[in-house]
Design a binder for this molecule. Structure first.
Ligand code: UD1
Ligand code: UDP
Length: 375
């Protein structure tokens, strides 16, 4: 019997998979750990894209996604499904990431069994329980349960101290998304075919500046999504730009975007891109329009201005660094801020500077050492 620590890493959605594969790689390569992986399948296709590129093979796959799933049905099946895995595995530690239903349920199921939880990307707070919804509360729940908090930045660590989390359990590690971005950039460098699938669109849109778009936030469903679609339609009235928009598989997003934008020549609504292609899309974009959390971290790292279509953000670092700007979901504001970046070179240059407030690409290595110290 080895003295290795048994770590069970639990994730279920695209962003968790992207931000955890560097840690799963690092744990698997380290003899101090027995690393096991449970995916919930909260996402299916978008999760599988990341598993494939990263080479992570789960030990458990709960495969529980349902079309247009509700938060309560999803949470109920996550809790019972993860609970059974924990009873079988009996890990020494459970690792969860971020703020999804999978992360919150994984932490809660572990707590019910008195298994300590390590939280990757701890301490992000917007201060508003409805934006992002339900993620602000998910993070707070995980924050009250976790025995180890891996905060990406000093700001995130401070938010935990304000909530009276024991400072001895909080460690500033950087965000593993930067590790993932470095890894994928290296892989593309070794094999450019991994990210060549946009060449047809690049040829079609030659001579136009590309605007990369993503959106999926639950709090924006309905009115917010329609306003975003309206803004994109008005931006696309210009003949010097083209929009490339990999549309999230959530039907509440797709139905609106397809109805409003599918007929426009210079708007390409495409399927979700795998990670190398999405990193390439950020690279070829003049600017990004997004409501995504992860894209707010990646675009600054790649020196691309990002307009954040949200009312608040739990990631103030990009805004403080000047590469990200909150524009909300008012169509007029999204259009005018986009036009400003397209037409005002000084405003563009001020935002188009690479910043790395979110880490140096060595976060997973730090987390592994911190876990090893807790053996
Ligand atoms: C989830 C997370 C959100 C995260 C986002 C990343 C929760 C409550 N929400 O939101 O925090 O920012 O993922 O993208 O945890 N679908 C597919 N295939 C997929 C993925 C989704 O068909 O690969 C469709 C399904 O109909 C599914 C729906 O999208 O029911 C919603 O998925 P869900 O994970 O519940 O919510 P997201 O909006 O994706
Ligand atoms: N992403 C991707 N393909 C896409 C869109 C996004 O690989 O078509 C990546 C992106 O690089 C980032 C992550 O998915 O790392 C963000 O996921 P999402 O926006 O779904 O969730 P959030 O970060 O808002 O939780």
């Amino acid at each position: 019997m080895s003295g290795a620590q048994r770590i069970l890493t639990i994730f279920g959605t695209r962003p968790e998979a992207i931000k955890l594969f560097p840690l799963v790689h690092a744990l698997a390569a380290d003899a101090r750990f027995v690393s096991r992986v449970c995916v919930t399948g909260q996402h299916r296709g978008m999760l599988d894209q990341v598993l494939e590129i990263s080479g992570v093979v789960p030990n458990f796959d709960l495969d529980l996604m349902q079309p247009d799933q509700t938060l309560d049905a999803l949470t109920a099946s996550l809790l019972t499904g993860i609970g059974k895995v924990l009873d079988e595995e009996k890990p020494d530690w459970v690792v969860v990431q971020g703020d999804t239903a999978t992360a919150m349920s994984g932490a809660l199921a572990a707590y019910y069994r008195k298994i300590p939880v390590a939280h990757v990307e701890a301490g992000l707070r917007s201060g508003n329980i409805h934006h992002p919804w339900p993620e602000e509360i998910n993070r707070k729940i995980i924050g009250t349960i976790a025995a180890l908090h891996f905060a990406p930045t000093e700001t995130a660590a401070t938010a935990l101290f304000v909530e009276n989390v024991d400072p001895a359990t909080v460690h500033v590690t950087g965000n593993t998304v930067i590790d993932a971005l470095h890894w994928i950039t290296r892989r593309i460098g070794e094999d450019s075919a991994l990210a060549c699938g946009l060449s047809g669109l690049e040829a079609r849109f030659a001579g136009r500046r590309i605007i990369g778009v993503t959106s999926h936030r639950r709090e924006n469903f309905g009115e917010g999504m329609r306003a975003i679609a309206d803004a994109i339609r008005r931006i696309a009235a210009r003949d010097d730009i083209a929009v490339i928009y990999p549309v999230h598989l959530n039907p509440n997003v797709r139905s609106v975007m397809e109805a409003e934008l599918a007929a426009l020549d210079n708007v390409a609504l495409i399927e979700p891109l795998d990670y190398p292609h999405f990193a390439h899309l950020i690279g070829i974009s003049h600017l990004m329009l997004t409501d995504s959390g992860g894209v707010q971290e990646e675009a600054p790292a790649l020196g691309k201005p990002v307009l954040v279509m949200r009312e608040t953000t739990e990631r103030p670092e990009g805004i403080e660094a000047g590469t990200a700007k909150l524009v909300g979901t008012d169509a007029d504001t999204i259009v005018s801020e986009t036009f400003r970046l397209l037409d005002d070179e000084t405003a563009y240059a001020a935002m188009a500077r690479a910043h790395n407030p979110f880490g140096d690409g060595r976060s997973a290595a730090r987390i592994v050492e911190l876990l090893a110290q807790r053996a």
